[in-house]
Design a protein around this ligand. Structure first.
Ligand code: GAF
Length: 364
């Protein structure tokens, strides 16, 4: 029997939202919060999945894994084992115990963290050779085809490829990456993550609907992907449907904002990315229509309290807002958002300062 322990982080995305299923650009950072898998091989072909946070233990035969065979939180783990085997890798029985502190349902990629910790455990325990971008695709397939959530590739890539003190500039077309230094403390800045407490669920139909509309628009435009739109006005003129026009406008302008953000960061102009973050939120609110009042109010209140920029992060429909602030302003900004929430009768938010942390790795 071989055994060990592997960790994989959650993420926030600095900018580049709803661009990862149209071959676009994203710019996430890994959080210190992570999932940890303690695992060992079994020689009887059984997969036993336990969690420090969940009461039940799930047991199934690896050879019988198929979409629908395992449900709930354990399906993210079982799905990765299934997906590895579907990709032709010989993964046998395992005991896995999952522990983690990525907040659930907050849009911080707790599911990708779970998938990637499992994936690394399986890779090491069964001595597989798989490049990390390929492993990200395998984890994404688990989520798409086993858990049946039509997510893009950002979250699994972030969990596997991010590096400490850096943002991950990822081109989701070919999965090429650049590490972009992001040391906010050196600039007396901080990235505040505000959990709106508005529950976020990708499994409902809204995410899938956005994705479908983007695909339909791509077909109407006769392009390989929305990434290939070079003349936004001409593309908008070629679309009859107002909803399609709005979705396309978001994706095309968001890709441009990511590229501009990366340029500013490379030039050391960190504060100047604030307006791009806020413009991203505005586009997600008005064109992509994935915000909810809790997200909009948090952004407004953070900006009014002096944030350089603020936006929702992740899939939307709840979840978290990120705000670029002076390092000393974190409690003032949270107090401002809490006040604004109180006036509207929303559940009080919580917050933490995000530091760009390490990607998935072996602990023991
Ligand atoms: C969710 C998805 F899982 C990602 O793939 C991405 O599409 C994101 O929403 C929106 O940018 O986190």
């Amino acid at each position: 029997m071989t055994s060990g322990q592997w960790a994989a982080p959650g993420r926030v995305n600095l900018i580049g939202e709803h661009t990862d299923y149209t071959d676009g650009f994203v710019l996430p950072l890994a959080l210190p919060q992570r999932a940890v898998a303690t695992a060992s091989t079994r020689d009887d072909g059984l997969l036993r999945i336990a969690s420090e946070q969940e009461p039940e233990t799930v047991e199934t035969e690896v050879a019988k894994l198929a979409p629908g065979a395992v449900e709930g939180w354990a399906s993210y783990v079982a799905g990765v084992v299934w997906s590895l085997r579907e990709a032709g890798h010989e993964v046998g029985g395992m005991d896995l115990t999952i522990d983690g502190n990525v907040p659930l349902g907050a849009g911080l990629s707790s599911s990708a963290a779970l998938e990637c910790a499992t994936a690394l455990a399986a890779v090491d325990l069964y001595a597989l050779t798989i490049e990390r971008p390929t492993l990200a695709r395998i984890a994404q397939r688990a989520e798409n085809d086993f858990v049946c959530v039509p997510c893009g590739i950002m979250d699994q890539s972030a969990s596997l490829l991010c590096a400490e003190d850096n943002l991950l500039f990822l081109d989701t077309r070919d999965l090429s990456t650049e590490q972009v230094p992001f040391k906010l403390a050196a600039e007396s800045l901080a990235l505040l993550v505000i959990d709106t407490k508005a529950p976020h669920a990708l499994v409902d139909g809204e995410y899938a609907a956005r994705r479908r509309t983007c695909e339909e628009a791509t077909a109407v435009l006769g392009l390989p992907a929305l990434r290939d739109v070079t003349d936004l006005d001409a593309a908008l003129a070629a679309l009859d449907d107002e909803i399609m026009r709005k979705r396309v406008r978001h994706v095309v302008t968001e890709n441009a904002r990511v590229l501009e953000t990366v340029d500013l960061l490379r030039a050391g102009r960190v504060r100047d990315i604030g307006p791009l973050m806020t413009a991203s939120h505005e586009s997600l609110r008005t064109d992509f229509e994935v915000t909810v009042p809790e997200l909009d109010v948090a952004v407004e209140a953070a900006l009014a309290a002096g944030a350089y920029g603020a936006r929702m992060t992740g899939g939307g429909f709840g979840g978290c807002v990120i705000a670029l602030i002076d390092a000393s302003a974190d409690s003032d900004v949270l107090a401002a958002v809490t006040r604004a929430y109180g006036e509207r009768g929303f559940t009080a938010p919580t917050s933490f300062v995000a530091t760009a942390s390490a990607g998935a790795h072996r602990l023991a």
